[in-house]
Design a binder for this molecule. Structure first.
Ligand code: HEM
Length: 310
């Protein structure tokens, strides 16, 4: 219970009410679990705070306490509140709009539209193809299932951050799926100045399309570039291969690349791990016909079956 009161006499009155209520209902306060915090409100600051007691036990005075998951501090400083540090983006934009006037309502709506458009369709396209790829190759599905069971040691627990880091084969499967079935097979750029390349110049005021789909199947990936082989991501030589400029562009290239990359990888990893752990997935990625609709979308049905593992 938290009692908030602007004056000491008011607080005493509130405490008396609580004590009367407790006595009338045969309850006893645990004074050891109760604390006292005095807000420092500008110049109106008590230098001498008289002792506050509950059931004749003095309360310990604290400078901060946790309420509904948030730290409340005597100077109302938000710095120590970790939950508030990771405030939702809409809250941040609304606060920046009211504190500094940097966004209009329309700006906020447009930013949210961008975030929704950039996050939902991409993630669902990527996960559809990941599930289909896992279904198509039973030996990959078995290896994934075994990895998840080993990491969780056959327990029915939720995943921790450390468990997720250990799911290295799952991560390799996800990256291989993003390579062959990139959710964004094409990326476009407006060219505002002439860009001189080795063999040609891309003129200003033109549009340039980067073929991510083709890039991810380039012969530099090796003679097996068209094959679904998650192992390539576990081979130590992968890091020198990726040093080549932009050979993997599932999350874009350069300054305007995806801001949701780490978040979406983590989220997809959690969802896939739960699905693979509980269901046997069936399907055939080779039967699925896709079209380019900004993202890669199946137009022939998804051809995925899920059967609860016994
Ligand atoms: C599998 C999931 C995702 C894929 C494959 C993906 C892919 C991409 C790609 C390729 C770009 C760059 C486009 C370009 O260069 O023109 C991009 C940009 C962007 N992505 Fe993602 N994305 C994913 C998830 C997300 C999520 C979950 C969010 C939001 C939380 C997000 C937010 C954005 C934003 C805001 C941009 C624009 C960044 C800018 O223009 O500076 N994306 N994404």
């Amino acid at each position: 219970m938290v009692l908030l009161c602007p004056s000491i006499s008011g607080l005493r009155w509130l405490l008396r009410k609580c004590e009367d209520y407790a006595a009338a209902h045969g309850l006893r306060y645990n004074a050891k679990k109760s604390e006292l915090l005095v807000f420092k409100a500008g110049t109106k600051c008590y230098s001498n705070v008289p002792q506050v007691t509950i059931s004749n036990s003095p309360l310990t005075r604290v400078s901060h306490f946790k309420y509904l998951g948030h730290w409340v501090t005597e100077d109302l400083n938000e710095n120590m509140d970790i939950e508030r540090k990771f405030k939702p983006i809409l809250d941040q934009m609304l606060q920046m709009a009211s504190d500094h006037g940097v966004f209009s309502d329309e700006d906020i709506r447009e930013h949210l539209d961008t975030l929704v458009a950039a996050s939902y369709d991409t993630t669902s396209s990527a996960m559809t193809h990941m599930l289909l790829a896992i279904a198509t190759y039973p030996e990959i599905q078995n290896r994934l299932y075994n990895e998840i069971q080993e990491v969780l040691q056959n327990k029915d627990d939720d995943f921790t951050k450390h468990d997720l880091q250990k799911l290295v084969y799952l991560e390799a499967v996800m990256k291989e799926s993003l390579r062959l079935y990139s959710a964004t097979p094409l990326i476009g750029r407006n060219i505002d100045v002439d860009v001189k390349l080795k063999n040609c110049t891309i003129r200003a005021n033109s549009t340039s399309i980067i073929g991510v789909y083709a890039l991810h199947r380039h012969p530099l990936w090796g003679p097996d570039a068209n094959e679904f082989k998650p192992e390539r991501w576990l081979d130590p030589s992968i890091s020198s291969l990726l040093e080549k400029p932009a050979l993997f562009a599932a999350f874009g290239i350069g300054k305007r690349n995806c801001i949701g990359k780490s978040y979406s990888m983590l989220m997809m990893k959690i969802v896939l791990a739960h699905i693979v752990r509980q269901y046997h997935i069936s399907g055939d990625i080779h039967k699925v016909v896709c079209e380019f609709d900004i993202v890669l979308k199946p137009v022939s049905g998804h051809h995925i079956g899920l059967k609860l593992r016994s």
